[in-house]
Design a protein around this ligand. Structure first.
Ligand code: ATP
Ligand code: MG
Length: 352
């Protein structure tokens, strides 16, 4: 298979972790006989410094000519006082908007070697294996009008039937490749948007008779994530509920440095990035955990390219290195087996 991948390292530890993911992709290409053309471009604060634009036109063109995007992280205190259009984060918002990446996908799966770091009981945490599908480009964060006066403020929550259809379809498709269950999260007892959401969910489920559907109110879902997260397979929800629930879910696995994510659209094109940010406090020191970036690359192979065997091989290799007792400082709590970013990648490639 021949594919072109845009690589946007970004800021802070972004360059270190994307370099690691690129090495793993190259190793996969060699081993399985694929050709990956990797095209690097600037985004975030680094792009602001170079081009006075967090998402330069050149970067958009590189991404448009690619089959998928691999991103590191953006942001850092250096740019905190910049005007809104020169903020690193603006680069990320703009790229999602430009490519209409409406579905944010976050797998949350127990990592056997790290169960001790989960806030949940180990026997509960060890069986967690779910995917959160969050609508990313509409809802309360984008609805107009947004208004502010001294005495009152307004945000607007709007969802169209079309916007709901495309996100729930994503969730159904993902459920089909897993345990075949979708839990739709809403607040249909009070919100009109949620009533429409439920209606659309009921309509679309007839096209997926092989998938079991469950509706749950967001407040119950927030509790269930802590008391019995094993009950979830695929969770689908609107933008703000998804923002909150996906952060809640992310602590279950015990490390921010381990979590991959994807932002995709219906044709399979997508942007893949670690859940963690640019971690400026450890940038350039060889301490960054590259697992989230490497697992994001695996998600790319699976979701955008349909390379399931290769994706599973990467996931198994990362888990294998952790099982062998090696990891970066953020995951090796007792101080033993701590290795640098580079060493960790070397071990992952050996394991492959
Ligand atoms: P953002 O606003 O970009 O989300 P943040 O400050 O909220 O950034 P992160 O940058 O994701 O959060 O990280 C918070 C802390 O977690 C970092 O300061 C760092 O110490 C640790 N951390 C995050 N990611 C990693 C990683 N990949 N490897 C090691 N430590 C990490
Ligand atoms: Mg953050």
């Amino acid at each position: 298979m021949e594919k072109t991948i845009a690589v946007l390292p970004g800021d802070g530890i972004g360059p270190e972790v994307t370099e690691a993911a690129v090495k793993v992709l190259q190793s996969i290409a060699m081993r399985y006989g694929h050709t990956f053309h990797l095209k690097q471009a600037a985004i975030g604060g680094t792009a602001v410094d170079q081009f006075e634009n967090p998402l330069p036109q050149e970067t958009i063109e590189v991404c448009e000519a690619s089959d998928a995007i691999l991103l590191g992280a953006v942001g850092g205190s250096k740019w905190d006082r910049n005007p809104a259009h020169l903020r690193p984060e603006k680069g990320l918002l703009n790229i999602r908007k430009h490519f209409d990446l409406f579905a944010n996908i976050r797998p949350v799966k127990a990592i056997p070697a790290l169960l001790g770091s989960s806030p949940l009981k180990q026997e509960v945490a060890k069986e967690v294996d779910m995917v959160i599908v969050r609508e990313l480009t509409s809802g309360l964060y984008f609805g107009e009008p947004k208004q502010r006066s001294e005495e009152a403020a307004v945000d607007t929550l709007v969802y169209t039937r079309k916007e709901i259809e495309r996100i729930v379809d994503q969730a159904f498709e993902i459920a089909r490749t897993r345990r075949g269950k979708v839990t739709s999260i809403d607040k249909a007892n009070v919100l009109e948007t949620s009533k429409l959401w439920r209606e659309v969910m009921e309509e679309r489920m007839t096209a997926y008779p092989d998938v079991e559907v469950e509706h749950m109110l967001v407040d119950s879902a927030a509790m269930k994530l802590i008391t019995d997260p094993r009950a979830f397979d695929v969770m689908v929800t609107e933008n703000m509920f998804g923002d909150i629930l996906s952060d809640e879910a992310s602590v279950i696995t015990g490390s921010l440095g381990m979590l991959p994510s994807a932002s995709v659209r219906s044709d399979g094109f997508g942007l893949y990035e670690p859940v963690h940010g640019s971690a400026p406090d450890i940038a350039g020191q060889g301490k960054a955990n590259p697992s989230a970036a490497i697992l994001s690359a695996a998600m790319m192979l699976r979701h955008s390219f349909g390379l399931h065997t290769e994706a599973s091989a990467i996931e198994a290799a990362v888990m294998g290195v952790l099982d062998d007792g090696y990891g970066t400082g953020d995951v090796m709590r007792n101080g033993k087996g701590i290795v640098s970013t580079e060493k960790f990648v070397t071990k992952v490639i050996e394991e492959l």
